[in-house]
Every structure is written in structure tokens, then in C-alpha cells.
Design a protein around this ligand. Structure first.
Ligand code: NDP
Length: 454
């Protein structure tokens, strides 16, 4: 174990988000003397303005849909109406509870918590609230922040940060962007009852995901009434007495009450003292690290969204653990970035692991593609419909399953288990000899017999 002297701490972590809290707790568990600074909220983006409140909003927004499904099962009665302040208040109560959980986890692990902004002073020193603290190792885990492009009237736009605290549900909402956040919020707002347009500059949202899966989701969202406008962008936003007036790139106009920009996030590296310490950043502002998360300054490490690599909470957790294990646990651990499963909590959701068909063709040459599109049993007796799409990509040379994609109810829940099988190198034949769980949607993945194409 490293001796604390001559430093105040063995390990000092800047910001208590997913990666920072995990690294701090784990380091303390190995016996390190740990300090952690947080200036805003415990739990970072994920807990406060990301994954957790987003998923609560998704659940809330499914209620009208579930009610319409219920009618098919003979349930009668008026559609429930939304009390927006109750949704926000209950969500806030849960987030406050989680803030407390995170704080207590840090305290319980023996970390010293400083509730203020920390800035790097030199390779072993941070300044917090006018005091200097020294540490043998420093970890920057400051995450990211929404980015809004510079257009006239951008001050009238909101980001996901504000979307969680809107005073009321907008009647007409426009979501800009084609990534996770835009697609998720388009579904949330539409599900809750707003009229939603989603504007994306490219020809189909979710660039980088499997093309057929993206097309399927677009079809489902349009069917639900989301006005998807691809190949389009906002040129100008004006605030008028009756709401916001958007002028689009093609000169057309659109009126709405809220315009939500989900056009990506930037690493939180401004005014952190990185330049002063000589820490190298790339042109997006992301901190450059090696495969042990070490920056070019050997005592300074960085994990999570601030490194702008794979911006997902579970990845930040894994990276934080790897740093703590290596520095204080005497174990070299490499985070394995292959076959990271991920879900987009769109409506219906997308779950995916491995290569898209397009990537697989390029990488493996000969592939077999199995697909299935169906109406889940749940929707067979209701007028309300939601279809599911499943796709499996197999490398023809060794029968290994190299890509699985689903758009449909419970896709996130279903793909987690299959990700384990794929990481273990499961072959199509092993899928074929696995008995299905009947009746379920997931069983479709073990009963796909004939390739749709090769
Ligand atoms: P993404 O980077 O996923 O998507 C940004 C979107 O905005 C892209 O469609 C991009 O278009 C578009 N865009 C970027 N710049 C501009 C611009 N100047 N004008 C117009 N459009 C623009 O970012 P998100 O904000 O959706 O999410 C941030 C990250 O958070 C994600 O990468 C993801 O890692 C993580 N996340 C994960 C979730 C999950 O796991 N369920 C949920 C939410 C977020 P183009 O494709 O053309 O570049």
C-alpha cells in the first residue's frame, strides 16, 4: 500500500459521478486514503439528469399506451390523465434518495468528501474552496455536458438537463438530434401526450447502429405519431407570444412550445486546470489517456465521459474499477470493450450487442443474417399495436454469432443475457440447441432456422 506521506491523500477524485464514485469507493476499500470533490450533485449525470430519471420518464410515458392495451383485455374506464407536478416531484424524491445513497456509500467507505469545485493546480495538487490538497494519484472523472450548436435563438432551446425539470408538459415539442437522447425523449414526450417532431440532419437517425434496426424503429415511431423529419435542421429559433417559431434549413417553419436539443455532449474539461498541468486533450476537449487511463502526466488519470470514448455509465464504472484495482489492489485489469451491450430506451426500445450487418459484412466477409418481425403475444388481443424486430448475424466461417439486434418490448432486458453468450463465443448451433422459453419474445433468438440472406 502506498504511504499517505508526504501527500494529504493517496487518491483524489474530481467529481462524484458514476466513474468517480466507483473508483473512490474501491480505492478506499483497498485501504487507500481517498478524497473526492463534488460541486453539483452526487451520482453525476446518470443519477441526476440521465439514465435514472430518463427511465422513470419512460415508465411514466408508457401508461397511456398500457391503458390502451388494457382495453383489449376488457378493462374499461376513462383514460388516466397526467398530473405533471406529481411525476416531477416523485422523480425528484427518488433522485434525492439516490444522492443520499451515493453520499453514504462514499462516507461508509471512509472517503473524505469535499462539496465544492476542485481544480488541478499541478501534477499532485488540487485546489478546493481556496485550499490546496495533495495526492499521490489524481483522477479526473468530470463527465460531459450537453452541447447546443450555435444558431440564432439557441438561448430559447433546452437540453436534457432542463427537460427533467420542465414546469409543465409541452403541448408541442421539437427534439433535435438523432442519437440516444433525442430518440428517447421523442418517445417520452410523445408517450406523455405531447405532439412531437424530431429533426435530424442525417438521412436516418442512430447513425452507427444496424441500418435495418434503425429503419424498423423509425417505422414504429412514425406509427405512434412522432413526426420524424430527416435530412433537416433548424436554422433559427424565435420566441413569439404564442410559442417558439422555428425556421428550418429548407425555409419551412414549425411552431412549438419547447425545443429540446440533444445534439451530443462535450467533455467537461473547461477551466479544470488541465492546461496548466500540461494534461493533453484532443480537439473535442476530451482528455487523452492510455489503456491504463493514465494521461500524459503520470500521476493524473481520467475515466468516463471526460475521455469521450464509450460514453456509457457501466463503462465508466468498469474503467473506475480498473484504475482503483491497478493503483491500490495490485491487479492489472483491462476493460474489455468488445461486445458491449447497449439499449436505447426508445418506444419500442432497441437492444444491441456486437456488429451491425454493415460492419459484420466488412469485417467477416461471409455472414448469415437471420431476421424475424412479429407482433408480440401481448398485442394480439388489443387494438394498440407495437411490433418487434429481431436480428442475428453469424460469421459464416466459424458459425459464431457476432451481432444481435432487437427493437421491441423489453429489448434491453433481453439483450443483457445474450451479451454474455456472445462474449463467451457462442455459435449459432449452440443457440439452435438451446431450448426456448415459451411463450416469450426472447425465444425467437433460439428458433431462427433459415437465414433471411447471406
Ligand atoms: P449522440 O452523440 O449519441 O448523438 C448526437 C446527435 O446529434 C447525433 O445524431 C448527431 O448527428 C447530432 N448532432 C451533433 N452535432 C450536431 C449539430 N451541430 N447539428 C445538428 N445535429 C447534431 O449524443 P446524445 O446527446 O444523444 O447522447 C450522448 C451520449 O450519452 C451518447 O453517445 C451515449 O453514449 C450516452 N447515452 C446513453 C444512453 C443509453 O445507454 N441508453 C442514453 C442517453 C445517452 P450525426 O449522427 O449526424 O453526427
Amino acid at each position: 500500500m502506498n504511504s499517505p506521506a508526504p501527500f494529504d491523500f493517496d487518491f483524489f477524485v474530481i467529481r462524484a459521478g458514476s466513474g468517480g464514485v466507483r473508483a473512490a469507493r474501491m480505492a478506499a476499500g483497498f485501504g487507500a486514503k481517498v478524497g473526492i470533490a463534488e460541486e453539483r450533485y452526487f451520482g453525476g449525470t446518470c443519477v441526476n439528469v440521465g439514465c435514472i430519471p430518463k427511465k422513470l420518464f419512460v415508465y411514466g410515458s408508457r401508461v397511456p399506451h398500457d391503458h390502451r392495451v388494457a382495453e383489449g383485455y376488457g378493462w374499461q374506464g376513462p383514460a388516466p390523465s397526467l398530473d405533471w407536478p406529481t411525476l416531477i416531484a416523485n422523480k425528484n424524491t427518488e433522485i434525492s434518495r439516490l444522492n443520499g445513497v451515493y453520499r453514504r456509500l462514499l462516507e461508509g467507505a471512509g472517503c473524505t468528501i469535499l462539496e465544492d469545485r476542485a481544480v488541478l493546480v499541478d501534477a499532485h495538487t488540487v485546489a478546493v474552496a481556496g485550499r490546496h490538497y495533495t495526492a499521490r494519484h489524481l483522477l479526473v472523472a468530470t463527465g460531459g455536458w450537453p452541447f447546443v450548436p450555435d444558431i440564432p435563438g439557441k438561448e430559447h432551446a433546452i437540453t436534457s438537463n432542463e427537460a427533467f425539470f420542465l414546469p409543465e408538459l409541452p403541448r408541442r415539442a421539437v427534439v433535435v438530434g438523432g442519437g440516444y437522447i433525442a430518440v428517447e425523449f421523442a418517445g417520452i414526450l410523445q408517450g406523455l401526450g405531447a405532439e412531437v417532431s424530431q429533426i435530424y440532419r442525417g438521412d436516418l437517425f442512430l447513425r452507427g447502429f444496424d441500418q435495418e434496426t434503425r429503419e424498423f424503429l423509425a417505422g414504429q415511431m412514425r406509427h405512434k405519431g412522432v413526426d420524424l423529419r430527416f435530412g433537416q435542421d433548424i436554422a433559427r429559433i424565435e420566441k413569439r407570444a404564442d410559442g417558439l417559431h422555428l425556421t428550418l434549413r429548407d425555409g419551412s417553419t414549425l411552431a412549438c412550445d419547447v425545443v429540446l436539443y440533444a445534439t451530443g455532449r462535450r467533455p467537461n474539461t473547461a477551466d479544470l486546470g488541465l492546461e496548466q498541468c500540461g494534461v493533453q486533450c484532443d480537439k473535442t476537449g476530451a482528455i487523452v489517456v492510455d489503456d491504463t487511463y493514465r494521461t500524459n502526466v503520470p500521476s493524473i488519470f481520467a475515466v468516463g465521459d471526460v475521455t469521450n470514448r464509450v460514453n456509457l455509465t457501466p463503462v465508466a464504472l468498469a474503467e473506475g474499477m480498473a484504475v482503483a484495482r491497478r493503483l491500490f489492489g495490485g491487479k492489472e485489469t483491462q476493460v474489455d470493450y468488445d461486445y458491449i451491450p447497449t439499449a436505447i430506451f426508445s418506444q419500442p426500445p432497441v437492444g444491441t450487442v456486437g456488429y451491425s450487418e454493415e460492419e459484420a459484412r466488412e469485417r467477416f466477409g461471409a455472414i448469415k443474417v437471420f431476421t424475424s418481425t412479429f407482433t408480440p403475444l401481448r398485442y394480439t388481443v388489443s387494438a394498440e399495436k407495437e411490433r418487434s424486430f429481431m436480428k442475428m448475424i453469424v460469421s459464416a466461417s466459424d458459425d459464431r454469432v457476432v451481432g444481435m439486434h432487437m427493437c421491441g418490448e423489453e429489448a434491453g432486458e433481453i439483450m443483457q443475457g445474450f451479451a454474455v453468450a456472445m462474449r463467451a463465443g457462442a455459435t449459432k448451433q449452440q443457440f439452435d440447441t438451446t431450448i426456448g422459453i415459451h411463450p416469450s419474445a426472447a425465444e425467437e433468438f433460439v428458433t431462427m432456422r433459415e437465414p433471411t440472406r447471406t
